[in-house]
Design a protein. Structure first.
Length: 553
């Protein structure tokens, strides 16, 4: 695999075989060698789509259309990525842009028609059942939904449904959503088998579509406290005390809040949300062990009472937060996972990802040891000298885990990769080595040799030039630079194509006066000396000579 096209072909083969990650690696190698080839970005976009990484697919498609806006397939890639992301309006726009440059493209025409159809369906969408102007007043005045308003995630859920009513399909399994719909649509508050009023039934039919049969949903769990009338006097008093506790909590009167919550739980020992509220107070007071203990009590009580799984999940999440505050990341992670096993809340999913990253980083920091890194580097050098390059790579890799920012180790592993013909891996190590220490000359020299092996003499010459800036007398850098320049000038057609990619060269060649001068020089070689007397012309001619487009004999 010595050229960008070779990498592209390997990528195509991997894509056809269903090896999408491998395909992406090959296309990335092709892009590294030729970042202005729009086809490589298009192919990698297709591979990302296969992996369902649509954001990356969109990024590559946008780069493709930026490089070559006249290529219809690039616009198809961009529109397809938008469609997978559910952004049909943006997909329509992308198809339309493609048809401007390729008006007869059948794929673009069909794609736009399909995207317009989906966009239209999105606009018709489910009617906004949560668009009532006095929505919060209705919920506050109804005993069924008043209790929900004390739950922060419930308010967030309703606000989400206000902004995007189509999301209701995702939340119909939540009993609170069904109860809220009943309240807002004026349905009977008694049993679930009562017939709907005709107007409410019609609204629900519109939400479900033409069929009058609703989609199957999990049966809502019966609430122990359905209405105020079904509560005992103690339970009613407990709710009042809990409300007082909530008000004190919001005012940061934590001791007062605890007093009310304790009294409330004394009246109603079945309401575990009182216990989790007490845990929240302890959390704010930085009494994390008390917070954890109270949450565990809430979980035990909740299991006995068969409480809503979301309340159990909330208690586990609060334990996780308490351990996080104590700096006990592994314990925190354990309880967040338990929370997710009860209810997969998006904010907890995000938090788990953050903590897992922190745990990994801490483990890596604990593993750092420069002395052991140097020992492993010396072992790698011994393997390298013996020609055992795989074990050399293994030792250098272990050394980098111990000291990831040592340029010597990176440079040594890059050389070992080169011996194994793994030039792209070696190039990555060289780039990292230069990033860590730009003055480390071996990093630039290694990069130059690898670029020559990858048949990219332009980048090779640039790397050797950087090395010579550090040490102008370095013999290896000078020899490498000469080799790169010879390789660059060995193929006249390649020299011409490479030079013509330079915007400055393009401007010179498009200048009518310069074209006349060049034609004269072809007829009369001796005229070069006369033209060099004009400083502006001389500067342009020197640029063409340096680029290899003009040879002086």
């Amino acid at each position: 695999m010595s050229s960008a096209d070779d990498f592209k072909n390997k990528g195509n083969q991997a894509l056809s075989a269903g090896n999408f990650k491998e395909a992406i690696e090959h296309y990335s190698s092709a892009i590294a060698l030729d970042p202005q080839n729009h086809v490589f970005f298009s192919n990698r976009s297709a591979a990302y789509c296969k992996l369902e990484n649509y954001d990356k697919a969109l990024e590559d498609a946008e780069e493709c259309t930026k490089i070559n806006p006249t290529w219809g397939k690039g616009w198809t890639r961009k529109a397809t990525a938008f469609e997978f992301l559910g952004k049909y309006e943006e997909a329509c726009d992308a198809y339309s842009e493609g048809l401007k440059v390729d008006p007869e493209n059948k794929q673009l025409k069909e794609g736009r028609a399909n995207a317009m159809k989906h966009s239209s369906q999105q606009e018709r969408g489910i009617p906004n059942m949560f668009g009532f102007p006095d929505l919060w007043g209705k919920l506050e005045n109804n005993p069924k939904t008043k209790e929900f308003l004390t739950q922060p995630d419930y308010k967030e859920l309703i606000e989400t449904l206000q902004k995007n009513p189509n999301d209701i399909i995702k939340h119909l399994g939540d009993p609170r959503v069904m109860t809220t719909l009943q309240v807002l649509m004026g349905m009977e508050t008694g049993g679930g088998d009562e017939p709907l009023p005709s107007r409410a039934r019609t609204s629900r039919q519109k939400a479900w579509g033409e069929s009058s049969t609703p989609p199957p949903q999990p049966k809502p769990k019966e609430e122990a406290m359905d209405t105020q009338d079904s509560l005992t006097e103690d339970q009613k008093e407990a709710l009042k005390l809990k409300d007082l506790g909530n008000a004190a909590y919001k005012s940061k009167e934590f001791e007062e809040a605890l007093t009310h919550y304790t009294a409330a739980f004394g009246k109603d020992g079945t309401n575990i949300s009182i216990l989790t509220n007490m845990a929240a107070v302890y959390f704010e007071q930085e009494k994390y062990d008390d917070c954890i203990s109270k949450c565990m009590e809430a979980i035990d009580q909740g299991r006995e009472q068969r409480a809503d799984f979301k309340l159990i999940a909330k208690a586990y999440a609060r334990i996780g937060n308490a351990h996080m505050k104590k700096g006990e990341l592994n314990e925190s992670l354990k309880f967040f996972h338990k929370s997710l096993s009860e209810h997969r809340a998006p904010d907890i999913v995000k938090k788990v990802g953050q903590i897992e990253k922190m745990v990994k980083e801490e483990a890596e920091k604990a593993y750092l040891d420069p002395e052991k890194a140097e020992t492993e580097r010396q072992k790698g050098n011994t393997f390298f000298s013996a020609g055992d390059y795989p074990n050399a790579v293994k030792s250098y890799t272990e050394a980098l885990k111990r000291n990831p920012n040592d340029p010597k180790i990176l440079s040594n592993r890059a050389l070992s990769y080169s011996k194994l013909m793994e030039f792209n891996l070696g190039l990555k190590d060289c780039d990292k080595c230069i990033e860590v220490d730009p003055s480390f000359i071996k990093g630039h020299i290694r990069k130059g040799h690898i670029c020559i092996a990858l048949k990219n003499p332009t980048k090779a010459s640039e790397a050797f030039e950087k090395a010579l800036e550090i040490d102008s007398k370095n013999q290896e850098a000078m020899d490498g630079y000469r080799q790169a320049m010879m390789s660059m000038n060995s193929d006249p057609e390649a020299v011409r194509q490479r030079a013509m990619q330079d915007p400055e060269i393009q401007n010179i060649m498009q200048d009518p006066a310069m074209r006349m001068i060049l034609e004269q020089m072809q007829r009369e070689p001796g005229s070069l000396h006369d033209h060099l007397k004009n400083p502006a012309v001389a500067q342009k001619l020197r640029k063409l000579i340096e680029a290899g487009l003009i040879a002086i004999r």
